[in-house]
Design a protein around this ligand. Structure first.
Ligand code: NZQ
Ligand code: ZN
Length: 388
């Protein structure tokens, strides 16, 4: 293992059926005025909203409503959330929902006491918070992003056609997150499999880099195998608790900084996927799925040994009679079969991308250099064309 690192994760997790009761232990640690952040209404339909409101009231909290957080939260919604928090003297932000609600809560938390425009400060200039940060807690209803145990916050600016993530430090990470796999039962299948692919790709982004022997890669392989196995089971039976709980736990570990320890990381599927998202506002996991195979087939020759290991260790492909390159290709073919089997989007045309958008999407793609090949803008254009 060649890289140096510090590892510390301050988020406390409560996991399992019944975990919501621990909200009673956490709430007394924070102030009286709670901004209750949620999305478009799924928590009202499945009864979670009523349960949370009742716990907040029992704990003597004043509830400030902040619903309507959309998937891929926008900069306009962020500004509204900041205004709500300021006008009501909010002490604590409680996000109840998927990654969008958790990400949004973090973005509000660093902006309420900050005089500058949050978009410019955090998502254009990538500055760190210099003001007091409001504490955030999460009750997670969708497995995918890992936002429940990381500092990431992704905000979309439709006017600028940009979707940008800022990974904040420890002080912005949720103070606690409550994870009950049963809350994910009411997810539509499309959202469930988008979340599954998001998890899988988070692991890939941290796995496909480096040539040293690194414990993070062994952890990544175990997580990937678990995601593949349990996603198959969950697609057949969405109320399979064992499968849904494994998926939820794998999601957290896929992106809570552990498997990046000692490694460089790639993240180019996310950069291209986010640019597709900026143009289409499509579901995050689907934007990743739609560009993944052209991307991985393009970079495979530059990291062929790792792709061959991926084939053997994650997909169980036999190396007998195959060259390293053939083995690597067979691994990606297995991945493609699994993606089709669970039903994720396999091209960007199905997400609304038309050929005339390609140049703009390439312009909106941030180029990083942690993977096996540093892409040029022309490479991005080629990958996008192959993803159509
Ligand atoms: O808004 P509601 O009505 O709650 O419906 C949501 C939404 O329509 C629905 N949903 C969530 N839980 C449900 C449910 N429907 C029924 N039952 C439930 N239990 O699912 C839809 C999608 O929710 P959303 O929160 O948008 O999904 P996800 O968790 O995938 O979050 C996506 C956002 O996270 C960002 C993405 O870019 C995107 O903006 N990401 C955040 C990351 C991080 N913090 O580290 C990393 C990721 O790579 C990602 O970029
Ligand atoms: Zn993601």
């Amino acid at each position: 293992m060649l890289g140096n690192f510090a590892y510390h994760n301050p988020t406390k997790l409560y996991f399992g059926d019944g975990a919501l009761c621990y909200l009673n232990e956490e709430l007394p640690k924070y102030g009286k005025v709670v901004q209750l952040i949620y999305g478009g209404g799924s928590i009202k339909k499945n009864g979670l909203y009523d349960e949370i409101v009742s716990i907040l009231k029992k704990n003597g909290k004043t509830i400030v409503e902040d619903g309507g957080v959309m998937p891929n939260p926008t900069v306009e919604k962020l500004r509204e959330g900041v205004r709500i928090a300021r006008e009501n003297g909010v002490d604590f932000l409680l996000a109840v929902g998927g990654g969008s609600c958790c990400d949004y809560a973090k973005a509000v938390s660093v902006s309420v006491k900050c005089g500058e425009d949050p978009w410019d400060k955090y998502f254009i200039r990538f500055e760190e918070p210099t003001c007091e940060i409001l504490p955030v807690g999460c009750v997670l209803t969708m497995a995918g992003t890992g936002s429940e145990m990381n500092g990431g916050s992704v905000i979309t600016n439709h006017e600028a056609k940009l979707k940008i993530g800022h990974v904040f430090g420890d002080e912005v990470m949720p103070k606690f997150s409550i994870l009950n796999p049963k809350y994910t039962y009411s997810l539509p299948k499309r959202q469930m499999v988008a979340g599954v692919y998001d998890i899988f790709n988070h692991i890939c982004e941290q796995y496909f880099s480096g040539t040293d022997d690194n414990v993070s890669d062994y952890l990544a392989e175990g997580l990937m195998k678990s995601v593949v196995k349990n996603s198959r089971a969950a697609v057949l039976d969405p109320e399979n608790y064992e499968a849904r709980s494994n998926i939820m736990w794998a999601a957290t570990w896929a992106l809570n900084t552990l498997i990046a320890c000692g490694k460089e990381t790639d993240w180019m599927v996310h950069m291209i996927g986010q640019a597709v998202g900026a143009y289409t506002d499509q579901t995050h996991g689907m934007t990743l799925a739609a560009v993944s195979l052209p991307y991985y087939r393009f970079i495979m020759p530059y990291g062929v040994a790792k792709f061959a290991r991926f084939a053997k260790e994650v997909w169980g492909v036999s190396e007998e009679g195959k060259s390293e390159k053939e083995l690597a290709e067979a691994g990606l073919a297995e991945m493609e079969k699994w993606m089709k089997e669970i039903g994720v989007s396999m091209n960007i045309s199905s997400l609304g991308v038309t050929p005339d958008m390609i140049e703009g999407i390439a312009d909106a793609t941030i180029l990083l250099d942690g993977g096996y090949k540093k892409l040029t803008r022309d490479d991005v254009v080629r990958i996008l064309k192959e993803s159509l």
